[in-house]
Design a protein around this ligand. Structure first.
Ligand code: SF4
Length: 355
């Protein structure tokens, strides 16, 4: 593991925190050419190289100088958990702020190694989360701070360093629409310089209607997922506290507007919690809510979090829920979490470290 950050010392500016022009200027200050900056940025963003020593296209003396003067990354890896299926969860710490800024990033390789596909990277957008869903480890301590664009990009670089990436979901810690300017700046880099196309990036939100309506006309370069978790207003007010009082109809109407404006279908995420929202009645009411909408429902059987009070649904309940939606004409998928044995549930590694 890398050494922990020393909070008493100001963090040096990192290469990733500089845009192309700023990087060229900094390289010039260090006696290097602008094209050296271009090479370094390409190595980092396209190949996930995080050590100048490996950048053999740079002169050896420049590599040594850069290693001393301009760190590539600003965060450190505090912990790493690798599951039997090679799902790798990183616990990262970033400098700045009074409280520790730790987030999780998960690298999920394809099930079939021979498929030739790259991994899916699950990325965090904030340190902590203000939405405070009671079943989620990440929401427990509330929001610490927003992640900076380069801190979001750094998660992609660290993921790329583990292995090739084919897809990404902004579904880790945080509510992306509450840090949208920074996320958007980061995704520009991810699309333009790391080569992940807009259909390969999914942003998952609890669905603030006003924000969705403000963003949609700009034709954002990502797929949208809205976490619904229940068809019942009273229960959503409890399961998604930051949305208490926001009518589910408004969220769905904003989703319809999004589809109209962007031409991209929405995925509705639904965490199945044992005996809470996994009944036949819930499935029927959800199907009624989503009837005649062009969308996909992604069912996520809950991954138990210590003392959250919520449990994993039975396989029977999951299959019944799925079949009920499909029989009523909806497209539905089930996503079983991978790497359960290595704290795969969102926020568990972070909580374990803080305990
Ligand atoms: S489930 Fe998502 S929105 Fe809810 S608290 Fe956790 S990170 Fe935030």
């Amino acid at each position: 593991m890398e050494p922990e950050l020393d909070a008493s010392r100001p963090a040096p500016v990192s290469l990733l925190a500089l845009d192309s022009a700023q990087a060229a200027a900094r390289f010039a200050e260090l006696g290097l050419k602008p094209f050296h900056a271009k090479i370094a940025r390409k190595e980092v963003l396209e190949r996930g190289v995080t050590d100048y020593a490996q950048m053999t296209a740079l002169p050896a003396a420049a590599r040594a100088r850069l290693s001393e003067e301009l760190p590539i990354l600003s965060g450190v890896e505090l912990d790493r958990a690798v599951a039997h299926d090679r799902t790798t969860k990183l616990l990262l710490s970033f400098p700045g702020g009074a409280r520790p800024a730790t987030v999780e990033t998960v690298h999920i390789p394809p099930r079939e190694l021979a498929s030739g596909r790259g991994a899916t990277l699950c990325v965090s957008s904030q340190v902590g989360c203000p939405v405070a869903c009671p079943f989620c480890a990440s929401g427990r301590a509330g929001l610490v701070r927003n992640l900076e664009p380069h801190e979001i990009v750094e998660q992609y670089v660290r993921g790329r360093a583990i292995g090739m990436l084919s897809r990404s979901v902004v579904m880790g810690i945080g509510e992306p629409l509450l840090n949208f300017a920074n996320l958007s700046a980061a995704l520009d880099v991810v699309h333009d310089e790391m080569g992940l196309g807009s259909r390969k990036v999914t942003v998952s939100t609890v669905g603030f209607p006003d924000r969705l309506r403000r963003i949609a006309p700009h034709k954002p370069r990502f797929q949208l997922a809205i976490s619904l978790h229940t068809p019942d207003q009273e229960q959503r007010d409890v399961l998604v506290p930051a949305m208490a009082g926001v009518p589910i109809e408004d969220v769905l109407a904003a989703g319809d507007d999004w589809f109209e404006q962007t031409g991209r279908e929405i995925t509705y995420e639904y965490v199945l919690l044992a005996n809470e929202n996994d009944t036949f009645g819930h499935a029927e009411r959800l199907a009624q809510r989503l009837a005649r909408r062009r969308c996909t429902v992604n069912l996520i059987p809950f991954n138990p979090v210590d003392d959250s009070g919520y449990g994993r649904p039975t396989e029977f309940a999951v299959q019944r829920f799925h079949a009920t939606l499909v029989e009523r004409g909806l497209i539905a998928t089930v996503r079983w979490s991978r790497g359960v044995e290595s704290d795969a549930a969102c926020g568990q590694l972070r909580i374990r470290r803080q305990a």
